[in-house]
Design a protein around this ligand. Structure first.
Ligand code: FUL
Length: 482
């Protein structure tokens, strides 16, 4: 009788173990909201700096420019969106109001707007035209609205915050449809003797969420996504999507740029980095800078160091004085797209067999070969180290290893390395890295092998991977990119 009971307990435990191995790992730490996940899956968006600076050549306007300065001779937002779409961008963000305070829409809160310009006899509205063009070309529409305002006389006084909220309302209230991202720039060049505005960030964020519940809010410290800490197009090689935000705020009160660049492992807030960088030396279009439009090599470097390092890429391609994207820039974008298409045309892991530990039948190693994002590999709870071995039916040649964690359950992997099997039957290390996140593309030497080993050396909790893919890049040459 006694042994019968023990047997029962034993079987019950086995059953419990089997069931728990079939259930998904519990989310670890801070995890993305569905909006943050959808945002990250966009991967590349277009940034458009456009306004009085386009006509004056300034980077930061003073706010005293006459409204008539803004006079695009041939504005065509469909040309921007057609360009963005063919380049593979998923959304467009426009500088609706830059630091000079000029509003590209007839904001009732300001006298410094398109309504006071001669452009389209004061009846023009760039936001209307761009939001409609985005809709027609199936792109998402986002807005940059600078809190720092060099034109508004209320700037520096408490009433400016209310005015800024009404400014937000006139853009986000539905007039231009859904807004996927609200960009809050932390910059302020007033200097120590200038006007000092104490921003009501909680009120600004609440306003955005109230009017556009699906919008992801960008600022140095989120809450939706964070600044990557530089404007050179480089996310950290170690890059956590989590960030310690307690005690910090956008602008002067933000964490050091190295922290923004790499995030904080295990922090309680999810704010993945966004890499904003311009295709030109400046943020605004200038004829004199056309010869310096970044090369395809440079754009590929930026891609690998942003999208390939767990960041979203927001590439600025500023429209010119006609109100069109310069032919040089758009041609470069098409070449960039063609290069990406060529590099990522064929996943060289296809047909591989994958072996290694797994949480259970729903989470087998082979899941990393599937392109279904929700089908992923996972380890049992408590196991943070493991080796997955990919064996190929015939030798494969590659120099890019793409990895993706299943981030709805949080970011976990903290260290990994890659080895290949040499013809002598030995394992040779080809890369040693740290984080993965939503997407990591590891640049390795070109190797030919019949087997690849991925070893996870450390993770904050049992790791997950939804994708491992291999590519051969014959386009990118590091020496030419710099
Ligand atoms: C900075 C601004 O000061 C630049 O003018 C530009 O808009 C860039 C994207 O953000 O903080």
């Amino acid at each position: 009788m006694r042994s019968y009971t023990l047997l029962n307990v034993y079987f019950l435990l086995l059953l419990l173990l089997a069931v728990s191995c079939q259930s998904a790992p519990a989310p670890y730490g801070a995890c993305p909201t569905p909006q943050q996940l959808a945002w990250q899956q966009m991967e590349m968006n277009l940034f458009c700096h456009f306004g009085p600076n386009t006509f004056t050549g300034a980077e930061w306007g003073t706010g005293t420019e006459p409204e008539d300065i803004f006079n695009p001779t041939d504005l065509d937002c469909r040309q921007w969106t057609a360009t963005a779409r063919s380049a593979g961008f998923k959304g467009v963000i426009i500088t609706a109001k830059h630091h000079d305070g000029f509003c590209l829409w007839p904001s009732p809160e300001s006298v410094h707007t398109v309504a006071r310009s001669a452009w389209r006899e004061g009846k023009g509205d760039v936001l209307r035209e761009l939001s409609e063009a985005c809709k027609a070309d199936e792109l998402k529409f986002g807005v940059y609205i600078s809190p720092w305002d060099r034109n508004d006389p209320r700037y520096g006084a408490p009433e400016y915050n209310g005015a800024f909220v009404r400014t937000l309302e006139s853009v986000l209230g539905g007039q231009y449809g859904p807004v996927f991202e609200q960009w809050f720039d932390g910059a302020c060049g007033e200097g120590p003797t200038g006007r000092r505005q104490v921003y009501d960030w909680p009120l600004f964020n609440e306003t955005v969420h109230r009017l556009q519940p699906n919008a992801v809010i960008f600022s140095d410290v989120g809450p939706g996504c964070r600044w990557v800490g530089n404007e050179a197009g480089q996310a950290g090689r170690t890059n956590w999507s989590t960030l310690e935000v307690e005690g910090f705020e956008p602008g002067a009160g933000s964490p050091p740029t190295e922290v923004l660049n790499g995030g904080t492992p295990g922090a309680s807030h999810w704010a993945a980095p966004e890499t904003d960088v311009s295709i030109r030396p400046g943020w605004f279009w200038r004829a004199s800078e056309t010869p310096q439009v970044k090369s395809v090599q440079h754009l590929l470097k930026i891609y690998y160091e942003s999208v390939g390092r767990n960041s979203l890429l927001l590439l600025n391609v500023p429209p010119d004085t006609r109100g069109r994207i310069d032919a040089v820039d758009s041609l470069r974008l098409m070449e960039f797209r063609a290069a990406l298409d060529q590099i990522f045309a064929e996943d060289l892991s296809s047909g591989a067999s994958v072996s290694g530990d797994a949480r259970g039948r729903r989470f087998l190693p082979a899941n990393v070969l599937s392109t279904d994002y929700d089908q992923y590999w996972a380890l049992p709870d408590g196991q943070t180290r493991c080796t997955l071995t990919f064996s190929f039916p015939e030798p494969r040649t590659f120099n890019r290893v793409l990895l993706q964690e299943y981030i709805p359950l949080g970011q976990r992997i903290a260290a990994f390395h890659l080895d290949i099997l040499t013809p002598e039957g030995e394992w040779r290390q080809i890369a040693r890295e740290t984080t993965v996140g939503y997407k990591r593309i590891v640049l390795t030497p070109t190797v030919t092998t019949t087997a690849l080993r991925l070893t996870i050396d450390d993770a904050l909790a049992c790791p997950t991977l939804t994708r491992v893919a291999l590519y051969q890049d014959n386009m990118y040459c590091e020496a030419e990119a710099n």
